[in-house]
Design a protein around this ligand. Sequence first.
Ligand code: HEC
Ligand code: HEC
Ligand code: HEC
Length: 134
Amino acid sequence: MKKSLMICLMVAALVCVFALPAVIAGAAAPDSITMKAPNDQKMTKPAVVFPHKMHADSGIDCLVCHHKDTSKDAIKSCVAEGCHVDASKAAKKDPKGFYQAFHSKASDASCLACHKKEKKAGKAAPVGCKDCHK
Ligand code: HEC
Ligand code: HEC
Ligand code: HEC
């Protein structure tokens, strides 16, 4: 009895040590993110500095951009395993490729699609290459 209680406590402690930071990290929305291709893949343009907090604070739902995540507390990077990880030239037209994640005209989650729509509506959302890649 005593021994099983000890094991229970140890398991509970381990869960706290490993799971809690993940929960905290999952809920926090970073202020600004310098966006880079995953796994040191080659980049041809200056890295984009994405004003994350400004977007989150402007009332866009987290899950519009984090479109494959099921809750605000379980958010993963765009380049998490199984997502937009291929930054090769060959994957440029692939909707799952790295490039289309940010420039697709067809997805509400893409920077460029939303900006084009918002610009038409009169907002100051940048659409020129050099306005993002600077
Ligand atoms: C609304 C912001 C935005 C605009 C406008 C934009 N991009 Fe991007 N682009 C990104 C983001 C975000 C990434 C991924 C992160 C990064 O590369 O820094 C990216 C990545 C890329 C990449 C792959 C990474 C690399 O450096 O090779 C290329 C190529 C690219 N963009 C070209 C362009 C071109 C050409 C234009 C203009 C037609 C353009 N982008 C306009 C946001 C933008
Ligand atoms: C306009 C689009 C957009 C909105 C809205 C948005 N995010 Fe993000 N978020 C991003 C992008 C892009 C990244 C960078 C992902 C990457 O580095 O691949 C990011 C990164 C994150 C990360 C870090 C993920 C990681 O593991 O690197 C967290 C956590 C996060 N966002 C939480 C939130 C929360 C919570 C909200 C709502 C309050 C939110 N985001 C709203 C686009 C957005
Ligand atoms: C769902 C819509 C939406 C998405 C997706 C989105 N944005 Fe924006 N973004 C906006 C709007 C709206 C503004 C203009 C805000 C304003 O000034 O009213 C904006 C403004 C910006 C600005 C200008 C900020 C400033 O200080 O002038 C940058 C840079 C930017 N976005 C980068 C990005 C990048 C990079 C991505 C993709 C990773 C992205 N955005 C995705 C809606 C979006």
